[in-house]
Write a protein that binds this ligand. Structure first.
Ligand code: NAP
Length: 279
């Protein structure tokens, strides 16, 4: 199953995330692709990700006959607030230069001449899109225009920040990647803007931020009805409301189960009940 971005790029409907994998990153990316994932999310941010090891997995997969073009590669620009001393750019350089250096380093790590998606990891501040964010976004737009990335996106944004970005950007984001809490009706305010702007919403922490929902009677009864796990019910829900879920599971069994979440159909009433279950 694939989704289509506003600029007509096909995206696999489920993404494998590589955060917190450390030295296991290479093996887990290979395992994920061998189990059927074709979209990989990473970031040029050594605190949480090891992008170079994602690249090592891509080389190993290439040697096994899995070509770069059969995979959707997404990585991120992380500003200095989200980095430690190991920045993939000269932290004293201006922000435009930092984006240029970071994306070039990502391309090197991933052994490719283009990305499928390049995401701003987050604005500098909780509120508003600051001048610093605009300088970064302008350079991300330039990288998109140059063809170094097929799509661009933004992560960790509020509804008002996304509105601000969409109103004034020369190139609007094609993706939003946010932590998705059931308590906010699964980030409904942001998802509504995404629907209006034809932005694909990528949801992370769907399981870890919502463990109370996985154990709720509603989800448990759907598990019985479909012979599914609670994780599969949450992923099926996310897929059927048009979200692109991320999973960073380290288990081959969970990888297989997660990808099978599109094999049963929740009714419109089930979807409505899950959407409102914790709000
Ligand atoms: N943009 C951002 O700021 C940001 C922040 C956080 C994450 N992300 C992205 O999102 C990805 C996913 O992160 P996440 O926060 O959603 O958490 P996650 O890394 O996917 O963690 C999921 C947890 O749930 C467990 N689990 C149990 N059953 C599962 C099942 N059937 N399928 C999957 N997991 C199952 C996993 O354990 P097992 O390993 O045993 O399955 C794991 O402990 C990250 O790798 C990263 O790429 C982005």
């Amino acid at each position: 199953m694939t989704l289509n971005t506003s600029n007509n790029v096909q995206v696999p409907s489920f993404m494998y995330g590589t955060a917190w994998k450390k030295e296991a990153t290479k093996d887990l990316v290979e395992l994920a692709v061998e189990n059927g994932f074709t979209a990989i999310d990473t970031a040029n941010q050594l605190i949480h990700y090891d992008e170079a090891r994602v690249g090592e997995a891509l080389l190993a997969l290439k040697a096994k006959g899995i070509k770069r073009d059969s995979l959707f590669l997404q990585t991120k620009f992380t500003n200095v607030n989200g980095q430690d001393h190991r920045t993939p750019y000269d932290a004293k350089a201006n922000l435009t230069t930092q984006v240029k250096q970071s994306i070039d380093s990502s391309l090197q790590h991933l052994h490719t001449d283009h990305l499928d998606s390049y995401v701003l990891h987050g604005p500098f501040y909780r509120n508003g899109i600051s001048d610093k964010d605009w300088e970064i976004w302008s350079e991300i737009e330039e990288q998109y225009k140059s063809g170094k990335t097929k799509t661009i996106g933004v992560s960790n944004v509020s509804a008002s920040q996304l509105n601000e970005l969409c109103t004034a950007a020369k190139v609007k984001p094609m993706f939003v990647q946010n932590r998705c809490f059931a308590a906010t009706a699964w980030d409904q305010a942001v998802r509504e803007i995404c629907a209006a702007e034809k932005i694909i919403y990528q949801g992370f922490s769907l399981l870890t931020a919502n463990s109370h929902v996985l154990g709720a009677p509603l989800v448990q009864s759907l598990c019985k009805k479909f012979g599914a796990t609670p994780a599969q019910i949450i992923f099926a829900f996310s897929l059927q409301i048009g979200m692109l879920p991320l999973t960073g599971t380290s288990s081959a069994q969970h990888m297989k189960e997660d990808l099978k979440s599109n094999q049963f159909h929740l009714s419109a009433e089930d979807l409505k009940n899950i959407e409102s279950c914790a709000s």
